[in-house]
Design a protein around this ligand. Structure first.
Ligand SMILES: Nc1ncnc2c1ncn2[C@@H]1O[C@H](COP(=O)(O)OP(=O)(O)OP(=O)(O)O)[C@@H](O)[C@H]1O
Length: 613
């Protein structure tokens, strides 16, 4: 083989081998130049776009950063302003506070406490609450004042109220009526009242009775012994009479209304009054017999089975037994439309509030609600106003003021000298006399001492049996016994005839209790004396309450009492009465009643907690 042929076999020429990968076809220079140009120009545009995008992004980032910075600055500026404002407010407040007297500051604290304790549930039934029932108008009544009274002007009504020192609040208050004869009361009752020397209405009656006859809810406040019982019993008797006339009651029907009392003694006394007036009515053949039921602890219900076997018109009750009877369905409140609470401030405050709510939940229809008392602190009045429907407030004198027919004597008697001085004190007037003490043991000690000294004395307090309590009251009322020694039980509402003298052996902490206690004398327009022993053991605050009460009633203030300074006056605060208990000598922040309430609530709370284990 020639050398030329062998070279050709080992290394073939690239131009001729078409299967070789490295083969590149020939492209003319002009075409290649154009293609390069196109490639370059296309590369240039993309880079421009990328670049523009990049620039825009950078720009946006810068703007965002600027905005962020601006926001931070604004926030800081605002914070600085708020801080500044807060500092300014603080400075202003400090300056204002500096200007305020200690008294004004104390008043602010009192206001805060009052606001805090104000939040109470309205006195409406759970059923009404659940169904969202809200009555807006008072019950309709068929009674109307006589035409000539309706035709009087509002000024004439107001003049009459002024004449009797009656203050009223409320919408469309019914007119006052000066004579029982104009109230359309049935003749037999009028005659009976007359025979008991009840001839003209007292101020609470002349405004309270027309308002109640008109179907209005009432908050009635008038001093002790001013005839409130008739003012709330008579409207119920009239209502029962009207219902009975429409359709006579048969077994299982009724009652039309209920009167609630805080103690058995008071319930018993009110029941006797209602019975007397109903009997007076039934003695006249023109009128039907109205049946009333006394419903309170301590009496066997079978004693009353004869009443339960007929229709019942009126129930007078203490809360506990009433709830028991309602739960046992001995009668129902399906058609009950009158609820009255005597000594109402006590009923809807300490101790009974839950019972009252429970009782209200048995009502199935709208009712007329009446609250009566001699003492009614502002806090309770406000609460009551909220719970009633367009109530009429009838106020005779300041709520919680003492009866002006009572001569109040306050004496400083050392603790160890009290018993001996008591004997001397008993000589001031002829019997009957009531002696009050706050403490059950002290009541027993006093009675024992008096019995040893030959004084005919009986006693009542919460630890005595019902029989003992009833015996004591009967013996004292009938005049068999000259002196009754009692704890607070007997102070509220009991109407003993002709009591000449009340001796308060231990001054109660709450001034309301004092007002009720001295109110056992000076009733029904008669005068009486109240002697109160105080000494080192009587707290200054109680002495202050007493001092202001004496001043208000225009009574002599003994020097030792006059010398008790009021810290509020020293601090320059206002001397308004306490809204919780009505005491004039202290503010809410040191109210003994509030302390007592809190103590009870704490105790109740502990009991509940204890019970859950
Ligand atoms: N219009 C009247 N005229 C004369 N005496 C009356 C009149 N109304 C009631 N009384 C008599 O006055 C006395 C006191 O009445 P009542 O017990 O109703 O007073 P009160 O205002 O309820 O007192 P308290 O706040 O102490 O319960 C009773 O003996 C009663 O018979």
């Amino acid at each position: 083989m020639s050398a030329k042929r062998r070279r050709a076999q080992r290394s073939p020429s690239p131009q001729y081998n078409l299967d070789d990968d490295s083969y590149e076809p020939y492209v003319p220079i002009s075409q290649r130049r154009q293609e390069k140009l196109a490639k370059l120009s296309s590369l240039g545009v993309t880079a421009g776009r990328h670049k523009a995008k990049h620039i825009q992004e950078e720009q946006e980032e810068r703007e965002d950063a600027l905005k962020e910075e601006e926001r931070r600055r604004e926030k800081a500026r605002k914070e600085r302003t708020l801080l500044f404002e807060a500092q300014e407010v603080q400075k202003r407040k400090a300056a204002e506070d500096a200007k305020k007297t200690e008294g004004e500051k104390a008043e602010e604290v009192d206001q805060e406490i009052l606001e805090a304790i104000k939040s109470r549930r309205k006195l409406i039934s759970d059923l009404e609450l659940a169904k969202g029932i809200q009555y807006t108008d008072p019950l309709r009544a068929s009674w109307r004042p006589p035409r000539y009274i309706r035709e009087r002007t509002l000024e004439e009504h107001e003049k009459l109220r002024d004449k009797y020192h009656i203050l009223v609040e409320g919408e469309d208050v019914p007119p006052p009526i000066e004579h029982f004869e104009d109230m359309k009361i049935p003749d037999p009752i009028l005659k009976h009242l007359k025979s008991n020397r009840i001839i003209t209405p007292t101020p609470i009656q002349l405004q309270g009775i027309p308002a109640a006859f008109s179907g209005r809810d009432i908050i009635g406040i008038a001093f002790t012994g001013s005839g409130k019982t008739l003012a709330f019993c008579l409207p119920l008797i009239m209502l029962a009479l009207e219902e009975e006339k429409k359709l006579p009651f048969v077994r299982g029907e009724g009652p039309v209304g209920v009167i609630l009392c805080p103690s058995r003694e008071l319930a018993n006394q009110t029941f006797e009054n209602v019975n007397t007036w109903c009997s007076a009515l039934a003695r006249d053949n023109k009128y039907p017999q109205l049946n009333s039921l006394l419903c309170m602890g301590g009496i066997a219900m079978n004693e009353q089975s004869h009443v339960l076997s007929k229709g019942i018109h009126i129930v007078v009750a203490t809360p506990g037994r009433l709830i028991d009877m309602l739960e046992k369905k001995r009668f129902t409140f399906n058609n009950c439309k009158y609820l009255c609470m005597d000594e109402a401030d006590r009923m809807i405050d300490l101790g009974f509030e839950d019972d009252v709510r429970n009782i209200i939940s048995f009502f199935k229809r709208q009712r007329q609600t009446l609250l009566f008392s001699a003492t009614m602190p502002r806090k309770i009045q406000d609460f009551a106003q909220e719970s009633l429907i367009k109530p009429v407030l009838v106020n005779v004198g300041r709520a919680g003021a003492a009866n002006l027919d009572v001569l109040q004597v306050v004496e400083y008697v050392k603790q160890e000298a009290k018993m001996v001085y008591l004997l001397e004190c008993l000589q001031k007037t002829p019997p009957p006399v009531i002696i009050f003490s706050e403490n059950k043991n002290e009541v027993d000690d006093i009675q024992e001492y008096l019995l040893l000294k030959g004084v005919e004395a009986v006693s009542i307090h919460g630890s005595k049996t019902q029989e003992e309590r009833q015996f004591a009251i009967k013996a004292f009322k009938s005049g068999t016994k000259d002196v009754m020694v009692a704890s607070g039980v007997a102070s509220k509402g009991l109407d003993f005839n002709e009591i000449q003298h009340v001796i308060i052996f231990t001054m109660p902490k709450e001034i309301e209790d004092y007002v009720h206690q001295i109110g056992r004398t000076g009733r029904s327009g008669k005068t009486g004396i109240a002697t109160t022993f105080v000494n080192m053991n009587t707290p200054d605050q109680t002495l202050l309450d007493l001092k202001y009460l004496l001043m208000e009633a225009g009574q002599k203030v003994p020097p030792f009492l006059a010398s008790v300074d009021d810290p509020r006056a020293v601090l320059g605060g206002s001397l308004k009465g306490c809204p919780v208990c009505g005491g004039l000598g202290h503010s809410i922040s040191n109210c003994p009643k509030l302390e007592e309430t809190q103590r009870r609530q704490l105790a109740a709370h502990r009991n509940v907690e204890g019970g859950s284990y």
